[in-house]
Design a protein around this ligand. Structure first.
Ligand code: AMP
Ligand code: MG
Length: 411
């Protein structure tokens, strides 16, 4: 049986970022930019005023000392944002100017409107302490035309999208959201909205996995519930193989109706590994379909196929450890959910497999701490609903002492 690290490495080998596509920026949130983006113009594109006030020449500012801190100037015109000045500023004159409006040639500084007193066609300005350049934003001072504003690989959040809009990029090349099909398998399953009959249970993995896919930036496609019958499985799996990733839950253990690996093999899905040394989650199955090269070197529309254990907790742990990093990689990102924290209470190790235990990570103080949640074994999904991470408890014979720093995976 391979280790968790080996399994993660084999999945990573099979996973390359998806081919870039063009998208409108209002659909780009969370995506990774696949091209370098530069400005089509200087920002700002003209010298502009940063306040409502009066544009003055440097020589009128210099004359202030001899006039007791005030100057009396003739008002040439008024320029509002979006308008253009028609007159050049000369000593003795001023232009009344609004925030964001282009400055007339000859401007040295802008004096705030609060420092003005109107006197007919004249205005008296208190220019005490005003120096050349005050309240003026020079052309190109924020961004030069042609200079890179965002590099390829940048994650697009609201600030980046605002910048793209400012620089005239309404459509950009991005790595698309991976399409992830989710198929629950099992004769015992009914949809969440139904009352289970004898021996039946509700399908919790389907809604949990589609939510988890959306949460980590994938586009989930819900394929519903397949019966433990070859034909039904085959038909739904074939559909799922059109996606970038197919997540199956259930049917990968050693039970008589665990048909998933067989059906996948019949459909040409090549097994990369089956079973991983961890608890919970040991039955995990992983394979690939439709890849061009045997070394997975060139990804041409292939599908990564995960057979997750049916047990909801095992399914969830396998998603966090193996599927989430794969979705991130397909989307051109790194999965950065791992950290380390100080264990609050001592815990006995297990001898056979490393355990991924539901826990609460507290990062509010300088050293993060992790407290194990009360957990009643593999079927206890409620324990995970209270937790915000997995605490990684390595194998060994002795007790892990309180205050030991351990690995943690945020959920
Ligand atoms: P399996 O791997 O198919 O043998 O399933 C292992 C356990 O997980 C069984 O108790 C199943 O009833 C349960 N299980 C399988 N699929 C789901 C599901 N979609 N939602 C909730 N429990 C499930
Ligand atoms: Mg089953």
């Amino acid at each position: 049986m391979i280790s968790v690290d080996e399994a993660v490495a084999r999945i990573a080998t099979a996973t390359k970022p998806l081919e870039a596509v063009s998208v409108a920026i209002d659909e780009s949130r969370g995506l990774v930019l696949a091209e370098s983006v530069s400005s089509d113009r200087d920002v700002p594109a003209f010298d502009k005023s940063m306040v409502d006030g009066y544009a003055v020449t440097d020589s009128d500012l210099a004359a202030e000392a001899s006039s007791g801190g005030t100057v009396e100037l003739y008002v040439l015109e008024e320029v509002t944002a979006g308008a253009t000045p028609t007159q050049t500023l000369t000593p003795g004159a001023t232009t009344r100017i609004m925030t964001g409006a282009p400055l007339p040639p000859g401007t040295g500084a802008v004096v705030m409107i609060e420092r003005s007193t109107a006197a007919g066609e004249l205005v008296v300005l208190d220019v005490t302490g005003v120096v050349p350049g005050d309240n003026v934003m020079l052309r190109g001072s924020l961004q030069r035309a042609g200079a890179e504003a965002l590099a390829a690989g940048a994650r697009l959040g609201s600030a980046q999208i605002g910048l793209l809009a400012e620089l005239g990029h309404a459509v950009v090349r991005t790595v698309p959201r991976p399409r992830v099909a989710v198929l629950a398998t099992g004769n015992e399953l009914v949809p969440a909205g139904e009352v289970p009959g004898d021996g039946q249970i509700r399908n919790s993995n389907g809604p949990m996995l589609t939510a988890a896919v959306d949460e980590c930036g994938g586009a989930a496609i819900d394929l519903g519930i397949a019966r433990d019958e070859r034909d039904d499985l085959r038909q739904r799996i074939e559909h799922g193989l059109e996606a970038d990733v197919l997540l199956l839950s259930g049917g990968v253990s050693a039970g008589v109706l665990d048909l998933v690996p067989e059906v996948l093999a019949e459909l040409g899905v090549r097994e990369v590994f089956h079973k991983v040394q961890l608890k919970p989650g040991k039955p995990l199955w992983f394979g690939v379909h439709g890849f061009a090269g045997h070394d997975f070197g060139t990804r041409s529309g292939g599908t990564l196929v995960f057979g997750l254990p049916g047990n909801p907790v095992s399914s969830f742990v396998c998603f966090l450890l193996f599927v989430r990093p794969a979705i991130a990689r397909l989307a051109g990102r790194a999965d950065t959910r791992h950290t380390r924290a100080r264990l609050v209470d001592a815990f006995p190790r297990r001898r056979d497999r490393p355990t991924y235990h539901p826990a609460v990570l507290d990062e509010s103080s300088t050293t993060s701490t992790v407290r194990l949640a009360r957990w009643r074994g593999s079927a206890d999904l409620a324990a995970f609903a209270e937790a915000n991470c997995l605490a990684v408890l390595p194998v060994g014979d002795e007790v892990i002492a309180a205050d030991t720093v351990i690995d943690v995976v945020r959920s």
